[in-house]
Design a protein around this ligand. Structure first.
Ligand SMILES: Cc1cc2nc3c(=O)[nH]c(=O)nc-3n(C[C@H](O)[C@H](O)[C@H](O)COP(=O)(O)O)c2cc1C
Length: 200
């Protein structure tokens, strides 16, 4: 891969919120996790990410949770989004854009590691997943929305039964919806002002 191809890959990634019904083959998902997510850097190389992959009936069951998470977000978005985008986003929360795969990303926190470092390590893997989806011809959207109903998601996934959860170590950070794209949204603009400070 040339450096130009790398920058094109990074810049061509966009959040996708509408998907075809085609299933994502398991070997593709395995590649995304084994060959991309798990190669992310992490604090003290703890590799403290934990992923829960939800498909099929269990995925359908999650829709009512997604609809509930919308209630915690909709008022803020109503002020920020123009009406057509607000309506699209509401539909997305009700259907998850028909995405066949949902991934819930957890951090395994440790008293030996700073909280922010643990969180950041998981997000490193999340970005690798985003980029791997792009090269696989898949689309995805990282979602903070499940945090609106964090406890319920923990229960829905059965995470509450795990010893690490009972020890207070497992923390939900985000969801990712994955599938084959069925729309080509415009790329939201980027800002460069006041993002960099140079010191010499
Ligand atoms: C941590 C995080 C949380 C996000 N949460 C949501 C969400 O709950 N719902 C949603 O539709 N998009 C969500 N997004 C996607 C952002 O809206 C999107 O990345 C941003 O608008 C830039 O667009 P782009 O990803 O197409 O470049 C989230 C992204 C990140 C990184």
């Amino acid at each position: 891969m040339t450096s130009q191809e790398f920058y094109e890959l990074v810049q061509s990634r966009k959040s996708i919120r509408q998907f075809k019904s085609d299933a994502v083959p398991k070997e593709v998902l395995m590649r995304i996790f084994n060959d991309a997510a798990f190669h992310a850097p992490s604090g003290k190389n703890r590799q403290n990410w934990r992923f829960f992959i939800v498909q099929g009936k269990k995925r359908d069951e999650y829709l009512k949770y997604s609809q509930k998470s919308w209630l915690g977000i909709k008022d803020v978005l109503q002020k920020r989004l123009k009406p057509s985008l607000y309506d699209f986003t509401e539909r997305f929360f009700f259907t998850l854009g028909n995405a066949p795969v949902l991934v819930f990303c957890y951090s395994n926190n440790s008293v030996e590691e700073r909280h922010y470092t643990s969180i950041g390590s998981v997000y490193m893997a999340v970005q690798n997943i985003n980029l791997a989806c792009q090269v696989e011809g898949l689309g995805c959207c990282t979602m903070g929305a499940p945090l609106e109903i964090q406890k319920e998601v923990d229960q829905f996934l059965g995470v509450t039964e795990l010893p690490e959860y009972k020890a207070g170590e497992l923390e939900l950070l985000c969801g990712i919806v994955i599938g084959y794209p069925d729309h080509t949204p415009p790329k939201p603009p980027r800002q460069t002002e006041n993002r960099l400070t140079w010191l010499e």
